[in-house]
Design a binder for this molecule. Structure first.
Ligand code: ADP
Length: 574
């Protein structure tokens, strides 16, 4: 992940930069302490005197002691005086085994610079001491003439020791790119830059590194954005990568480098990568769970929508089926009513023919006797006969009228119906059948007789049905009494018809209102009367029910709504 590498490298680079500036400050500070000292000591009279008379032993001894004392005071490594030829004539280490006395340093640039009149500095590995040091030098002038050089050598080991140990390595390279200060001893005198012939020649001329073996450090440099990455292979063959930062110390001509091992950066990157990958995985997992949940919810929702649509479709289907069936039922009912009426007509035709034949025979008799009476001039009696004939004809006409009504399909609206009026018409129809059965109908409508909300023709049809049934039920029985009562209570009027027949057995009570249910023999009953009656009463908003009287016989009850006879007019389409 390059962005991670970049961010960690940026951070490491900042850390390296602060280490670097600390190292540079420490180095400068350390060297600055000695900078002015050579010139100061060059001005010392004893030293000058020694240079004027180098052969004098006391002067040498004085100078030697003086230099040793200052050296101890200043905590420098060595202080020594050279004559014009570069030979050391006094030194702080005069009494040590590796004393500089007698050594000639004319090849050293610091000598050459100072003898030419310039203060100089030089870094080198001591040829005599084999210790690395930083040399400060100054010309010694006697009356304006340069007669010798004083040099100051400062040990760099302590500077190195002050560098912090840790992930970062501090190096100092000379202008030729050779490492002369390093926390890592292995890297000393190794070149960061290729050791070209010129570089080697320059280094050898100054004998800067004495007899030390120079080599090239196996380094390869890469860049990552604005960061320099250095891979260094150590002597043991391991290669490490470092983030490198450097700063040039102009005065000394040195370059201070800070190398920061990227291993920790790499491991940070690895940790962060793992963390990111893990969190991405977690987030992905979370997202997946969310998406699955959403998909499930969507699926559920669409299933619900589908189920709802299906339900609505079914409801619609059922509704239209129901409407169709209702329509069919209504048509069938109407057909059945018609059929039942015709059947009833057929049933009654025998009784009716008797009803018609009897008055017809009577009319015939009256007419014949009227003719005889008129021939005999008994016109008064004859006209009495004629009026009897007229009555009989009227009766037959009225019977015919009712039968025609009965056969007609009713198309009437509901309205107030007066029970006495309906019963009068009903009786005209049922009377022949009741007479044939030998039944006696007793009517008690109360006073005043109730007015009900119904259609007169259809109510009459219902009454004809149940009265005819009652006639059937009492036929041949000892008690052939049929009682019809009407009672008003609150908003309802109950018309009850009780007979003294066998009653309705409980097993069939629930089925007698079913179409085509009949206990009567073939050709006698169609089983439609009660079902039609039931539906008619329902159409009126009322109830038709059956019960058995405790004292025997069936009781059919018609419950209808009371109608206000004053405010409503009858709208029967008869
Ligand atoms: P049907 O008279 O043509 O049989 P209904 O629908 O009028 O058809 O009557 C159905 C049945 O109800 C009759 O067959 C009969 O068994 C029974 N039923 C009707 N009225 C009475 C009654 N008053 N007493 C006993 N049974 C009755």
């Amino acid at each position: 992940m390059p962005f991670l590498k970049r961010s960690f490298l940026d951070e490491a680079s900042t850390q390296a930069a602060s280490t670097l500036s600390l190292a540079v400050a420490a180095l400068n500070g350390h060297l600055k302490r000695y900078e002015a000292l050579p010139a100061l000591i060059a001005d010392n009279d004893d030293i000058k005197e020694l240079l004027a008379r180098p052969g004098e032993k006391t002067l040498r001894a004085n100078a030697n002691h003086y230099l040793r004392a200052i050296n101890a005071l200043l905590k420098s490594s060595d202080i020594y005086v050279m004559d014009e030829t570069g030979e050391t004539i006094a030194a702080s280490n005069f009494d040590r085994p590796a004393s500089f006395i007698g050594e000639n340093f004319s090849y050293r640039p610091y000598f050459q610079d100072a003898i030419a009149g310039r203060d100089a500095r030089f870094y080198a590995l001591g040829t005599t001491s084999a210790k690395r040091g930083y040399y400060f030098s100054a010309p010694i002038r006697i009356y304006g003439t340069i007669r010798g050089v004083i040099a100051f050598k400062v040990d760099v080991d302590q500077i190195e020791a002050s560098w912090p140990a840790g992930e970062s390595r501090i190096l100092v390279t000379d202008p030729e790119g050779i490492i002369f200060m390093s926390g890592n001893r292995d890297w000393l005198y190794a070149g960061l830059k290729p050791l070209t012939a010129e570089r080697l020649a320059r280094t050898q001329a100054s004998r800067r590194y004495s007899d030390a073996v120079l080599r090239e450090l196996p380094v390869s440099e890469t860049r990552f954005r604005d960061h320099v990455l250095m891979s260094v292979t150590d002597r043991d063959g391991t290669t490490r990568e470092y983030l490198a930062r450097e700063e040039h110390v102009t005065d000394a001509g040195w370059t201070v480098h800070v190398l920061l091992d990227t291993a920790s950066v790499q491991s940070q990157i690895r940790t962060a990568t793992v963390a990111i990958v893990l969190s991405l995985l977690l987030a992905g997992l979370g997202l997946l769970v969310l998406m699955q949940r959403k998909a499930r919810r969507d699926e559920q929702l669409s299933m619900e929508i589908r189920a709802k649509a299906e339900l609505e479709r079914r409801v619609e289907e059922r509704t239209s089926d129901l409407a169709r069936v209702n329509q069919q039922l209504r048509e069938t009912q109407a057909d059945l009513i018609q059929a039942a009426k015709l059947a009833g007509l057929g049933q009654m035709s025998a009784a009716l023919s008797h009803e018609f034949n009897q008055p017809l025979a009577a009319v015939r008799n009256y007419a014949e006797s009227a003719a005889l009476l008129m021939a005999r001039g008994r016109t008064e009696e004859a006209s009495d006969n004629v009026s009897r004939i007229t009555k009989l004809v009227d009766r037959m006409a009225s019977l015919g009228q009712h039968l025609r009504n009965f056969a007609r399909k009713p198309n009437e609206k509901l309205g107030p119906v007066s029970l006495p009026a309906v019963l009068t018409d009903t009786l005209e129809i049922v009377a022949p059948r009741l007479n044939a059965a030998g039944a006696r109908l007793v009517i008690d409508l109360g006073d005043p007789a109730p007015v009900v909300l119904a259609g007169p023709v259809r109510l009459q049809q219902v009454l004809v049905n149940i009265i005819t049934n009652a006639g059937d039920a009492v036929e041949g029985r000892e008690n052939r009494l049929i009682e019809l009562t009407a009672r008003e209570s609150g908003e309802a009027v109950t018309i009850a018809l009780r007979d003294h027949g066998e009653g309705v057995p409980p097993a069939i009570a629930a089925r007698i209102f079913d179409p085509f249910f009949t206990t009567k023999g073939v050709g006698k009953g169609l089983g439609l009367g009660l079902s039609i009656s039931y539906n008619i009463v329902k159409d009126f908003g009322g109830e038709l029910s059956v019960a058995n009287h405790p004292d025997g016989g069936a009781v059919f009850s018609i419950v209808l709504a009371t109608a206000n006879p004053v405010s409503t007019t009858m709208e029967a389409a008869q």
